[in-house]
Design a protein around this ligand. Structure first.
Ligand code: NI
Ligand code: MN
Length: 226
C-alpha cells in the first residue's frame, strides 16, 4: 500500500502505513498549503533542489521530527550545515532505505538556495519504490527525452509532474512527458500557486483523455492510493 497526499505546489507526502516521507516540504508561505510545517511528522524528507518553494521547511521539520534528509550531494551538504542529518545521493544512484528504494533522476532546472543563491548542485527528480508501488516525482524540470528511459525502465504507478509553465514544463510538454513515462496515474503539480504559473489542470485532463494514463487532480490535503 502506498498513500500519497498532495500539500499544494510541489509538496507530496507518502506513507506505506509504517514510514512517512515528504517530498519538497514547502508549507510556510505556500498559498496552497492547508497544513503547517509544525504538524508534519516524517521519517525522511526528500528535496529535489535548493529553490525556496521546494527546500521550504526542510530544516525545521527535520530537526523536530529527527528526520533524515535525502537530496543531491551539494544540496544535502548545504542542508547538513544547518544541523540536520542527511543522506547524500546523486543523479543515477539508488539506495535501499528502511522504507524502500530511492533513485535520483535528472531534472533540467536550476538549484541554488537562499537569497544569496548558494550553489546547491544539480536539481533532481525522485523514483520512490515504497509499499510495493513506484512513485515518480520529477521535481521542477523541462521536458526531457530521457523520460522514455525512466518510463520504460520502471512501471510507474503514480507520477507527479509540473504543468505550470514559465519555470517548468507547461501542459503540452507535460502531455508528452506522460507519453514517455506512461504511468498508471498522473497528478499535475506546480501550477496556480502564483499568477505566473496559472495553468488550468482540466486542460491537461482533456489533452490526456485518449491516453491509458488516468489523470487525477488533487486539491491540497487530498490523498490517492496507488
Ligand atoms: Ni525550482
Ligand atoms: Mn519550483
Amino acid at each position: 500500500m502506498l498513500r500519497a497526499t498532495f500539500h499544494g505546489h510541489s509538496c507530496v507526502m507518502a506513507t506505506d502505513g509504517k514510514y512517512n516521507i515528504i517530498i519538497d516540504p514547502f508549507l510556510t508561505g505556500n498559498p496552497q498549503a492547508i497544513i503547517n510545517a509544525d504538524e508534519v511528522k516524517v521519517d525522511y524528507i526528500l528535496v529535489t533542489h535548493g529553490h525556496g518553494d521546494h527546500l521550504g521547511d526542510t530544516v525545521a521539520i527535520a530537526k523536530r521530527s529527527k528526520a533524515i534528509v535525502i537530496a543531491p550531494n551539494e544540496l544535502a551538504t548545504y542542508i547538513s550545515k544547518h544541523g540536520v542529518k542527511t543522506h547524500n545521493m546523486h543523479i543515477g544512484g539508488a539506495f535501499n532505505f528502511p522504507f524502500g528504494r530511492i533513485k535520483l533522476t535528472i531534472a533540467h532546472h536550476g538549484s541554488a538556495a537562499g537569497e544569496e543563491l548558494i550553489y546547491t548542485g544539480s536539481p533532481c527528480g525522485f523514483l520512490v519504490m515504497m509499499g510495493g508501488k513506484t512513485l515518480y516525482h520529477s521535481g521542477d524540470t523541462g521536458l526531457f527525452y530521457d523520460m522514455k528511459l525512466i518510463g520504460d525502465g520502471n512501471q510507474i504507478d503514480l507520477a507527479f509532474l509540473p504543468i505550470g509553465d514559465n519555470f517548468t514544463m507547461g501542459i503540452d510538454d507535460a502531455v508528452i512527458a506522460v507519453e514517455l513515462l506512461h504511468p498508471k496515474i498522473v497528478v499535475p503539480i506546480h501550477y496556480q500557486t502564483w499568477p505566473v504559473i496559472d495553468a488550468e489542470p482540466f486542460e491537461f485532463v482533456n489533452k490526456l483523455k485518449d491516453f491509458p494514463t488516468e489523470v487525477i487532480i488533487l486539491k491540497p490535503g487530498e490523498s490517492i492510493e496507488g
